[in-house]
Design a protein around this ligand. Structure first.
Ligand code: RFL
Ligand code: PHB
Length: 394
């Protein structure tokens, strides 16, 4: 079997894995990345769109923000609305922090370009990923490479950055891991449309028909979401039905605001859940990003949490591997989980405040909460602080 020796074997070439490899390389720690999908597939997955302040700070600090500075769109805040009312929350005024519209596809392209420029070893289109000996100081990852040949990467540390469906989280023995999960009784129908956004900043809309979100990717591309029942077949939603529902829920005609429809280029249904597995470390295996936790997308936190995990993990591994100092590595799980649980709560709170559950009592509480969040500086600041993102060390 072919064998490669490296310091950190990284499973998953998504944002968590590629950013980790970049930050480690900057400090002279080498890594090998392995990924089941092709480079093109990973780069084209339409996912997150919002980067919080600390994500942008980290990307800037590691030389990854050149295109983001040019093409990213800085937003001061968001709109929150319900029928007949739209309110702007100005995060900059409330907290001095802002958010950026810059798609995960773009972040991924920037990471891949930076790793290529550095000759990073990435094995794409692999199969049968297996983790071995993670309780020793010589853990390894074996897999079948793109040509069908077996391969082993022997490392000092394995980083499980393999997302929701990867094998890393199950490599923590059952008796030593705890999991928390909440499945929501609704999904999002997400569309990408070739039309200029009808808004300057994101609109989060509470509506009796269900939640709607108007987001964007650029001056010519809009990203929109509608709450739909779980297991909704995407075929049930024609383009016309989608635009009609978006117009109703987003308040077309209200105070002169109009929603401009356009050609829909992508359409999919996304289930929503919250999930956390603890601890985020077992022996020489460290978990980061969606491999350890999943949040519903309402708070725009998933990608940002993956970045903040890696922002904590990289210096911990550098210290461990270069000087033998294990203090940060030993603290990693607890430190990362503090922020994970904060974002898990925020994402749950945004989700349950804005989606229809079918319960009339919930509706009244939601509207009361929305009035408070938009009407009181204390309420608005709490949302702004969480949405624009707490500092990395929170
Ligand atoms: P990823 O991106 O899923 O990458 C994991 C990689 O691991 C690979 N893999 C394996 N590799 C080797 N061997 C195996 N056995 C493997 N099994 C899996 C996978 O192929 C994949 O390439 O996880 P990572 O890096 O932790 O990044 C997490 C983010 O991708 C995710 O949290 C966000 O996309 C969530 N999210 C959002 N986050 C935000 O911060 N802001 C947003 O506005 C936002 N919007 C969203 C979102 C996620 C969405 N979807 C589709 C889930 C909107 C949507 C619609
Ligand atoms: C997106 O643009 O895809 C997006 C924005 C905000 C969210 C979720 C998704 O809360």
């Amino acid at each position: 079997m072919d064998e490669t020796r490296t310091q950190v074997a990284i499973i998953g070439a998504g944002p968590a894995g590629m950013l980790l490899s970049h930050l480690l390389a900057a400090e002279g720690v080498d890594s090998v990345v392995v990924e089941t999908r092709s480079e093109e597939y990973v780069a084209s997955r339409i996912r997150a769109g919002i980067l919080e302040q600390s994500t942008v700070d980290l990307l800037r600090g590691s030389g990854l923000a050149e295109r983001l500075e040019d093409e990213g769109d800085r937003h001061r805040g968001i709109y929150l609305q319900w029928p007949e009312e739209r309110h702007h929350l100005d995060f900059e005024k409330l907290t001095g922090r802002s958010v950026w519209v810059y798609g995960q596809t773009e972040v991924q392209k920037d990471l891949v370009a930076a790793r290529k420029a550095d000759d990073q070893a990435v094995f794409y289109e692999i199969d049968d990923t297996t983790l071995d000996d993670v309780e020793t100081d010589r853990p390894s990852v074996t897999f079948t490479d793109a040509d069908g040949a077996p391969h082993r990467v022997v490392a000092d540390v394995v980083a499980g950055c393999d997302g929701t469906f990867g094998p890393s989280r199950a490599a923590v023995p059952e008796g030593e891991r705890s999991t928390w999960e909440k499945v929501y009784p609704y999904s999002w129908l997400g569309v990408l449309a070739d039309v200029a956004p009808s808004t300057d900043e994101l609109i989060y809309a509470w509506h009796p028909d269900g939640f709607a979100l108007h987001s964007m990717r650029s001056e010519t591309v809009s990203r929109l979401y509608l709450q739909v029942p779980n297991d909704t077949p995407v075929e049930e939603w024609s383009d016309d039905r989608i635009w009609e529902s978006l117009a109703t829920r987003l308040g077309h005609g209200q105070d002169g605001w109009t929603l401009t429809p356009g050609p829909i280029t992508e359409k999919s249904v996304l289930p929503m859940r919250s999930f956390v597995q603890t601890p985020m470390r077992h022996g020489r295996l460290f978990l980061a990003g969606d491999a350890a936790h999943i949040v519903p997308p309402t708070g725009a936190k998933g990608l940002n949490l993956a970045v903040s995990d890696v922002g904590l993990l990289a210096p911990a591994l550098v210290a461990l591997l270069q000087t033998g100092d294990s203090a940060l590595a030993d603290a990693y799980s607890d430190t990362a989980l503090r922020r994970v649980w904060r974002c898990t709560h925020f994402s749950w709170w945004m989700t349950t405040m804005l989606h229809q559950s079918g319960d009339p009592f919930d509706r009244q509480l939601q509207l009361s909460q929305l009035r408070w969040v938009t009407g009181s500086d204390a309420g608005a600041t709490g949302l702004a602080e969480n949405y624009a993102g707490l500092p990395l060390g929170y």
